[in-house]
Design a protein around this ligand. Sequence first.
Ligand code: F6R
Ligand code: MG
Ligand code: MG
Length: 386
Amino acid sequence: MFLKITSAERMKNTEKRRIDSMKVTISVIKADIGGFVGHSHSHPDILKYADELLSAAKDEKTVTDFHVAHCGDDLELIMTHGKGVQDKGIHALAWDIFTKCTEKAKSMKLYGAGQDMLKDSFSGNLKGMGPGFAEMEFEERESEPLIVFMADKTEPGAWNLPLYRMFADPFSTAGLVIDPKVTKGFTFEVHDVKKNRSITMSTPNQSYQLLSLIGTPSRFVIKHVFRNLDSEIAAVSSTERLGLIAGRYVGKDDPVMIVRAQSGFPAVGEILEPFAFPYMVAGWMRGSHHGPFMPVSQNDAKPTRFDGPPRVLALGFQLCNGMLGLPSDMFSDPSFDLARQKANEITDYIRRHGPFEPARLSSDEMEYTTLPQVMKDLEGKWNRLD
Ligand code: F6R
Ligand code: MG
Ligand code: MG
């Protein structure tokens, strides 16, 4: 039996298919433009202002949808649009919002207002300007769940361990063993942030080589992950290192990351599983200490103890024709209570080391903190040992 479809319905279906097959870009762009109080939190008036500015951009159709969040003192702009990654207009919009929020933060005498705005004016792209960004473009699937991770008081390499566990460790992601779309593994693009070069490695074949690099997260940082089956993008992180851009200590990079979930990607629970272990990251107080990475809800994304411990926030979205819709606060779940408790125990333990390594970063990494300025005072005061 034939179903009769009217031409209006046919047009509606064609339009629906056009929307269904449209490419969507998600851009997560962040900057510390001023803290409340100190470096611990973001002022609600700033978050409201950023929301208003992005609302206007949505009205003007510059972005399709957006969500404003904060992780500690970092303002996080989560935006969708159809313009591809590193789009001049989207980067200019983010720069403009950070500039306006910096002005407001200055007028409110918030702490470190404009901290991450390393350049005076925008020149076409946010690369090397201070703000961090993670962006990906893809064809929206029939259902497109994704998770945006945001961190405070740590560096971009902090995503190395969970990315490896999500996309290359079957003890964490059961799909690597069970799901035929996933068993071919994933390819990792790793950036050497000190030598400004990149390399790609495919797992499981090159797992050990990959680990030999990414085990040094201060230097080797996973930028992208692609699915081997069809080269589809699976994850992207922000890799900007503020200290390397500015040539001096200007606070921690506090990276962001986007991960696609389900139907041939790791499941939501497989993506979150690595964070049930509060592994050690570099950053924390004065960007100079190791501390446990504590998974928290949006409400608890305000590091206070010894300016920490470093926090990770995860907001899940269920994209719908480019619209982000409501965020789901993924770590607002009692099953992460033990990770938080363990992080507090580790905090007590490692803090007792005071200024000693390994609580304090190794001297190599201290090069990018304010310690070298202190060491200058000792120059010329040393006696040679024969
Ligand atoms: C680390 C961080 C804080 C500050 C510390 C000292 O990323 O933002 O731990 O380094 O509060 O800040 P200043 O030097 O601004 O007094
Ligand atoms: Mg700050
Ligand atoms: Mg911060």
